[in-house]
Design a protein around this ligand. Sequence first.
Ligand code: NAD
Ligand code: ZN
Length: 355
Amino acid sequence: MKGLAMLRIGEIGWIEKDKPEIGSRDALVKPLALAPCTSDIHTVWEGAIGDRHNLILGHEALGVVDEVGSEVKDFKPGDRVIVPAITPDWDDEAAQRGFSSQTTGPLGGWKFSNFKDGVFGEYFHVNLADANLAHLPEGMSLEAAVMIPDMLSTGFMGAENSNIPMGGTVAVLGIGPVGLSAIAGAKLQGAGKIFAVGTRPKAIEVAKEYGATDIISYKEGPTDEQILEATSGKGVDSVIIAGGGPDIILDAVRTAKAGSIVSNINYFGSGETLPICREGWGFGMADKDFATGLCPGGRVRMERLADIVSYGRMDPGLMATHVFHGFDKIEEALLLMKEKPRDLIKPVVIIDENM
Ligand code: NAD
Ligand code: ZN
């Protein structure tokens, strides 16, 4: 089978590999729709997780089940499925403690395109199929559904982790697809005022659609000063970081009021350490906490997110600004994600609607 792989840091290419073999509780899946992630860009072009050789990329997919192991109960060949970006080992101790994305070690629930071949192949392997796949609801648009495995799960986690009080004020720093999903999540969590920090016109349009009440351009002055001014110096109840380099943490901490949580969902792709501002953090005593997290995976999470889409709570399809057709187009879509033209939110590749 063929797949689009990271050949080494800074280089991608098409390679041939054997079809993956599955164990008794696993599934072999063919892609139905795919999306590249900004994390794929960090992985290949920043070497963010270290070097990888001939590793098939991608972790955002809908699929069609091709084969299942003898112990799989709820899925059979031909089923259309949502495949979470994160496929935990549910019997690991970290999952038992409630941190399923960190099974077998930090970020260990992230297998696709991290330490096993990802979903940009003609077939891919899914561990623990009954626990890690979800049925794709009939009639759901593929452009919308392919946002569920990572964008919705991660963005909503950002909102869930930031402990938004009913009617609370929230700032979302960075409004790519992850930050936009965080805005939608903040609204669903009961936020009142929502500041969206970003500049791209298409993203601003979707941010407003998802619930942003105020737009701040970080290119027109420091974010922290603008938000503090707009809140009469009080700051916000919750901050979600969904973009930017290390210094964005300084904006977040200065913008947060006492009792707030700075919820980071951003992937810091380079550097040894990350900064915290001593004064903005009250010299370490300001009651400003941090939360971090990796996209939650697993079947229940996917089913709940699918319900949010099915019952019209938000439409993730608005983020699919560039839609390609055909498996071979995944390379073009990935390179578009790297280039990030101003009108791009998320590229999506539909393999075949009729599969
Ligand atoms: P994106 O690049 O589309 O969006 C980030 C935006 O932030 C960009 O538009 C960028 O111009 C903007 N930005 C840069 N500096 C800024 C600043 N100082 N203030 C405000 N905005 C600023 O990326 P995305 O696809 O939305 O992903 C966001 C991040 O989330 C990436 O780092 C990605 O790797 C990460 N991610 C994390 C998880 C997770 O599980 N935690 C999952 C998926 C993606
Ligand atoms: Zn991702």
